[in-house]
Design a protein around this ligand. Structure first.
Ligand code: ADP
Length: 216
């Protein structure tokens, strides 16, 4: 964000003299308190200044180091993906429900005997199977899962913003991160969910970009 000359001067004053009241800042600049009010509001809102009743304004140490928009657009999946939870396609619906609770995830990925992506199980897929009063222990997940090739996948170098758009457009909660193998088969290496996107938002607002490596 671009600061005006006056806002820069206010920051300097608070940096040197803070905590300092709005009245005193106005005196330094030979302006009225009312004139300064919008500048102080902006500087407080963007986090450059803190304000405490009966104490005044203080410098928060933040400079203009917000993550620039260009950098946000370039964020990649690999920096934020989390660990996938997978079940086998012959596992029972009962076991899948147990795995969902034990692993504390909302979406399971299903793999075949050669560990390639075969399907996806959402919470509602499992709920739907459960309300029919069927024998969940003998029903394999392959009967109820959404199966390949109808699975939306992403790769670790895909842009986060594009994958976020897929979550919205396709109305799904999670997307597996895959490595493409021979014959259009995929190895599941990660998971991106709506929670991932919420975490990214919080990181960005705290101006914390990951320094590489995996984030949960
Ligand atoms: P819920 O069904 O619990 O609301 P979702 O919105 O994620 O959860 O899933 C909606 C449907 O889309 C489910 O039938 C699920 O199997 C399917 N689904 C979930 N994720 C994917 C994906 N990545 N690709 C294709 N289909 C998916």
């Amino acid at each position: 964000m671009e600061l005006t000359g006056r806002q820069e001067r206010i920051l300097e004053i608070v940096k040197n003299e803070g905590p300092i009241t709005g009245e005193q800042i106005a005196e330094h600049l030979s302006l009225t308190r009312a004139t300064l009010r919008p500048d102080l509001a902006i500087l407080t809102m963007v986090g450059f200044l803190g304000a405490r009743p009966r104490v005044g304004y203080y410098y928060t140490g933040k400079t203009g180091t917000e993550v620039p928009m260009e950098q946000i657009k370039e964020l990649k999946i690999k920096e934020y993906q989390s660990i996938p939870v997978v079940v086998g396609e012959s596992d029972s619906v009962y076991d899948a429900i147990s795995a969902m609770f034990l692993e504390d995830v909302g979406t399971l990925f299903v793999v075949d005997e050669s560990s390639h992506l075969a399907g996806v199980l959402s919470r509602k897929d499992l709920l739907r199977a459960s309300i029919g009063n069927q024998d969940l222990e003998s029903m394999p997940v392959s009967i109820i899962m959404t199966r390949m090739p109808n699975i939306t996948v992403c790769k670790k170098d895909d842009l986060l913003i594009e994958v976020a758009s897929h979550l919205i457009e396709r109305q799904i909660d999670a997307i597996p991160v895959v490595n493409e193998k021979e014959n259009n088969r995929y190895e599941v290496v990660g998971r991106v969910t709506k929670t991932t996107m919420t975490k990214v938002l919080v990181h960005l607002i705290h101006s914390e970009l990951p320094q590489g490596g995996k984030r949960s």
